[in-house]
Design a protein around this ligand. Sequence first.
Ligand code: HEC
Length: 116
Amino acid sequence: MLALAGLVACDGPPDRTPTVGDADVSRGRQLVSDKGCVACHTFPDVKWPRGRLGPSLEDFGRQGLIAGQLPNQPGVLMQFVRNAPAQVPGTAMPAIPMTDQEARDVTAYLLQLQPR
Ligand code: HEC
């Protein structure tokens, strides 16, 4: 049974967000509006507002580093989006209170961003 489960996992469709668990990209898309991220950042699928205080995130899914210094990996990004100052001291990006699930959803959304 165990061996079979392993086989099934290997044959399954590729999981594009393997370490983000049960994250939901469309909820993440809604959250960047609800949490005010759009006031400071530009997203490819948000027409307005298109904030310019922070860097554009239109191509963020292909970016190698977060804030020029952290590896762009799901676990790191999850921490960064809810508490950037703890990860990058002195950053202008504020801490934004979120539940674990919200941080996962936002992370999954950010990691699939590319220009449309
Ligand atoms: C008050 C403005 C502001 C808000 C609100 C804000 N950010 Fe930022 N964000 C910034 C700034 C400024 C930076 C650049 C940080 C740095 O380089 O130190 C940044 C950086 C980032 C980065 C890294 C970008 C890169 O190119 O490396 C991500 C990802 C990000 N923010 C996501 C979010 C998300 C998701 C939210 C909402 C939960 C959010 N931000 C809310 C200002 C903001």
